[in-house]
Design a protein around this ligand. Structure first.
Ligand SMILES: Cc1cc2nc3c(=O)[nH]c(=O)nc-3n(C[C@H](O)[C@H](O)[C@H](O)COP(=O)(O)OP(=O)(O)OC[C@H]3O[C@@H](n4cnc5c(N)ncnc54)[C@H](O)[C@@H]3O)c2cc1C
Length: 407
C-alpha cells in the first residue's frame, strides 16, 4: 500500500487526504498547530461562506488572471459538487440573497467535526504539532515535533500549507523560502482581500473611524463599478467592496506608488439629478444642511465629502456634484499581509504539472491557497482550496499508478 504525507490540515489538505483515503491509500496528515482547520474555523465566525451559486461561467472569472488554470481544477469539484459533499456530511446548505452559499447553521465547527470523524473512519492518521521544516539531504521530509526532529519518506507528498495571512492560525508562509531554495517557481506572497491605507485627518478619524459606509459604488481605473459596503478604519478603508477590488487596487498601487479609488456616494441618483439638487437655491442654509435636506447626505458620507474635496470645490455646484458621484480617495498602501483574508502569489502554475506536482520535485504536489491564484470573498477561496486539494490528490493517484506500472 502506498503512503502519502499531506502537510497542512486546512480545507485543501483535508480534501486531498479524503480523496486519497477513498482510493485505499495510507494517508498521514501532518499539522504544525495543535488542532486542524484553524483558519477554516475562523472563516466560519461570521458565517461560513463555502461557495457561490452563480453560473459556472461567471464563477471561474472570479479567479482573474488564473481563471484558465482554476477552471480545470474546479471541473473536478465545482460549487454543486461541493454542496453535495457538504450534504454527504449530513449538513444542508442554503443560498443567501447575494448567491453566497452557507451551511444551514452558518458555522464551520459542525462541518469540520463531521468531516474529521469521517476521515478517521477512513483510516487517515493525524499528527498534530508536527511542523514541516523542508527536506533533508536525502530528500526526506523534516518535521519539528514535541519529541524532537523526525524525518519521513512517504511515496508522495501533498503540501497544503496555506498562504501567508493570519499567521497565528498556522498559515505563516514560512514555506516560501524553502521552496524557493529548491528552485520552485514562486510569486511573492501579497495581501488579497485586505484593507488599504489613506491619510485621514485627525478630525475625520475621530468622527468616522469604525463607521460603515453603506450602499455606494466603488471604482478603480476603468473597472466596472462595484456596488457594496465598506468600513472606514483608522488607517483607511476595508470591507466587502474594497476586497472585491483589492487585486486591482493592489496591483495599480504597486505599479504607481498610489491609486485613486472613486466612490459614487449616491448610486441611485443620476449625475443630472445630483447637479440639479446641489445647484438648487439654498437661501441662508449652510451647504451641509442643503446637501442633507435635498440629497440625504449626512453622517459618514457628508464627512467623506468634506475630507476628500477642497473648500473651493464646495463653492462650485458642478464640481461638488461631480465629487458626490465620483469622490476620489487616494490610497497609498495596503494594510499588512497578516491582516488580509487571503493571499495572492505562491507556487506558480507554470512550475506544476497538470496534476499539481512540482516539475522539479517529483512526487511533491501542492494545493490550496499556497498556489498562485487569488479570488474575492464570496466562497471562491474555500471552493478553490478544496478543489485544488482534490486535484492534487488525483494527481498523486495518477503518478503513483504510473510509477507502479513502470516497475
Ligand atoms: C477571517 C477570515 C474569514 C474568511 N472567510 C472565508 C469565507 O467565508 N469563505 C471563503 O471561501 N474563504 C474564507 N476565508 C479564506 C479561507 O479560510 C482560506 O482561503 C482557506 O482556509 C485556505 O485553505 P488552505 O487549506 O489552502 O490553507 P489554510 O486553511 O491556511 O491551512 C493551511 C494549514 O497548513 C498548516 N501549516 C502551515 N505551515 C505548516 C508547516 N510548516 N508544517 C505543518 N503545517 C503547516 C497551517 O497550520 C494550516 O492548518 C477566510 C479567511 C479569514 C482569515
Amino acid at each position: 500500500m502506498f503512503t502519502v504525507a499531506v502537510i497542512g490540515a486546512g480545507p485543501a489538505g483535508l480534501m486531498a487526504a479524503e480523496t486519497l483515503a477513498n482510493q485505499g491509500v495510507s494517508v498521514h496528515v501532518y499539522e504544525a498547530k495543535p488542532s486542524v482547520g484553524r483558519k477554516f474555523l475562523m472563516a466560519g465566525r461570521g458565517g461560513l461562506n463555502i461557495t457561490h451559486a452563480e453560473p459556472s461561467e461567471h464563477f471561474v472569472t472570479r479567479y482573474g488572471a488564473r481563471a484558465a488554470e482554476m477552471s480545470g481544477i474546479l471541473q473536478q469539484f465545482d460549487a454543486s459538487a461541493l454542496r453535495q459533499w457538504v450534504q454527504g456530511l449530513g449538513i444542508d446548505t442554503f443560498v443567501g440573497s447575494s448567491g453566497r452559499v452557507f451551511p444551514q447553521e452558518m458555522k464551520a465547527a459542525p462541518l469540520l467535526r463531521a468531516w474529521l470523524h469521517r476521515l478517521r473512519e477512513q483510516g487517515v492518521q493525524f499528527s498534530m504539532r508536527h511542523r514541516w521544516l523542508g527536506w533533508d539531504a536525502a530528500q526526506q521530509l523534516r518535521f519539528e515535533t514535541p519529541a524532537g526532529e523526525i524525518s519521513v519518506k512517504p511515496d508522495a507528498t501533498v503540501l497544503a500549507l496555506g498562504g501567508g495571512s493570519w499567521a497565528a492560525l498556522g498559515s505563516d508562509g514560512a514555506w516560501w523560502p524553502w521552496l524557493a531554495a529548491q528552485g520552485v517557481a514562486l510569486s511573492p506572497l501579497l495581501p488579497s482581500n485586505g484593507g488599504f491605507e489613506t491619510h485621514w485627518s485627525e478630525h475625520f478619524i475621530e468622527q468616522c473611524a469604525g463607521e460603515p459606509l453603506k450602499t455606494a459604488t466603488f471604482r478603480v481605473g476603468d473597472s466596472a463599478p462595484v456596488r457594496g459596503e465598506c468600513m472606514v478604519t483608522l488607517h483607511g478603508l476595508e470591507g466587502g467592496a474594497i476586497y472585491t477590488l483589492s487585486a486591482q487596487l493592489r496591483d495599480q498601487m504597486m505599479a504607481h506608488g498610489q491609486v485613486t479609488l472613486y466612490l459614487d456616494l449616491l448610486p441611485d441618483y443620476s449625475a443630472e439629478r445630483v447637479l440639479a439638487e446641489v445647484a438648487h437655491p439654498r437661501g441662508t442654509r449652510s451647504m451641509s444642511s442643503h446637501l442633507r435636506g435635498r440629497l440625504g447626505l449626512h453622517g459618514v458620507r457628508a464627512a467623506l465629502l468634506r475630507e476628500c474635496l477642497s473648500a473651493e470645490t464646495f463653492k462650485d455646484p458642478a464640481k461638488l456634484a461631480a465629487g458626490i458621484k465620483a469622490l476620489p480617495i487616494v490610497l497609498h498602501a495596503c494594510r499588512p499581509i497578516d491582516e488580509a483574508i487571503s493571499t495572492a502569489g505562491g507556487v506558480q502554475f507554470e512550475g506544476l504539472t497538470e496534476g499539481l506536482m512540482l516539475k522539479n520535485q517529483a512526487g511533491t504536489f501542492c494545493a490550496g491557497e499556497m498556489l498562485d491564484w487569488e479570488a474575492p470573498t464570496g466562497g471562491y477561496l474555500i471552493n478553490g482550496s478544496m478543489a485544488s486539494g482534490r486535484a492534487a490528490a488525483l494527481g498523486v493517484l495518477q503518478w503513483l499508478a504510473a510509477r507502479e506500472q513502470a516497475c
